[in-house]
Design a protein around this ligand. Structure first.
Ligand code: BJW
Length: 264
């Protein structure tokens, strides 16, 4: 980790009154949740996430796609927020006019104590009816761990809507689908009015989410990035901190506000 850079950018963090933290799958990697563009493992090793996360895949084989989402829900339920999520919540606590915008469909920001997380790509835990989106759809009881880990768990039929018997689908945003309007509007507003945006653990290749740091930069904000690898956002960022979220974010919070994130 580049401690020298951390020390250099900490004053920017301390001075900013409006901060946006924009996260992607990388922030949850150290909690054991694979990033989206990592290779899938185990039962799912021969599948490609980018091909499963589409309306066409669900239409063609709902049991396969629902089975994949059950597997992912099980992994997230077992995961715990890491030091990166906790540092984001500390930034929020320290800077009241801050906003967390995430592309992640897990609930690790909430479990770390974040109050404002805007979910641009929906949630693993809020399924919905394919027929009438307003119909409430409850999440079924999770399958047993043995089922999830066995070939039988690869195909799990999705539940049916209690109101209209249509299929229930994951409440996430797939390729080609529009993002939730209120979430996107709130994200664009926050990016337009922030002084500093911290992009953490995203490859910056999926739009319109990848536009958010660019909007902030165009509006005059300082954009910083935390990622162990180069990304499509490098050129937009004033500083690229090459390290993992769980290493760099707590160091940044400590350098800005002291070791517990609460003392100036
Ligand atoms: C670490 C780390 C550690 C590792 N610490 N970092 C403009 C140009 C080109 C194409 C388009 C465009 N506008 C729209 C498109 C099409 C498309 C798109 O963007 N395609 C591109 C891939 C080319 N976009 C869409 O289709 C969007 N919809 C849309 O535009 O609709 C138009 C419309 C309007 C009105 C009506 C109807 C339609 C929808 C996009 C939805 C994306 N959905 C997914 C799946 C969600 C559900 C699920 O999870 O199953 O969202 S795809 C997937 O990618 C997921 C993620 O949220 C998203 C972003 O991935 P992310 O978070 O960046 O993860 P990775 O894996 O890519 O990167 C991880 C990073 O972490 C890496 O950089 C690592 O180095 C790093 N890392 N360990 C810190 N410890």
């Amino acid at each position: 980790m580049e401690q020298e850079f951390v020390e250099r950018v900490a004053p920017l963090l301390r001075a900013a009154r409006r901060i946006v933290v924009c996260t992607g799958a990388g922030i949850s990697a150290e909690s054991g949740v694979p990033t989206f563009r990592d290779d899938l493992t185990g039962l799912w090793a021969r599948f490609d996430a980018q091909q499963l996360a589409t309306p066409e895949a669900f239409h063609a084989d709902p049991d396969l796609v629902w089975g994949w989402y059950e597997w992912r829900r099980a992994r997230v339920r077992r995961a715990r927020p890491n030091a990166g999520h906790l540092a984001v919540a500390a930034i929020e606590a320290r800077v009241p006019a801050s906003t967390v915008i995430t592309q992640n469909v897990d609930d690790l920001h909430e479990r770390a104590g974040s109050r404002t997380a805007i979910h641009l790509h929906g949630s693993l835990f809020a399924p919905r009816c394919v027929g009438v989106p307003a119909h409430p759809a409850a999440l079924p009881e999770p399958p047993d761990d043995e089922v999830i880990g066995s070939p039988e768990g690869r195909r799990i039929p999705p539940p049916r809507c209690a109101s209209c018997a249509a299929l229930v689908r994951p409440g996430v945003v797939w390729f080609g689908e529009g993002l939730p309007e209120a979430a996107l509007t709130a994200a664009v507003d926050a990016a337009t009015s922030c002084e500093l945006l911290l992009a953490v653990g995203t490859s910056g290749v999926v739009y319109p989410a990848a536009e958010i740091p660019r909007i902030a930069a165009r509006a005059g904000a300082t954009v910083l990035q935390v990622n162990p690898e180069p990304t499509a956002l490098d050129a937009v960022c004033a500083v690229n901190l090459r390290g993992t979220a769980a290493q760099v974010l707590p160091a940044l919070v400590a350098a800005a506000w002291g070791p517990d994130g609460h003392t100036a």
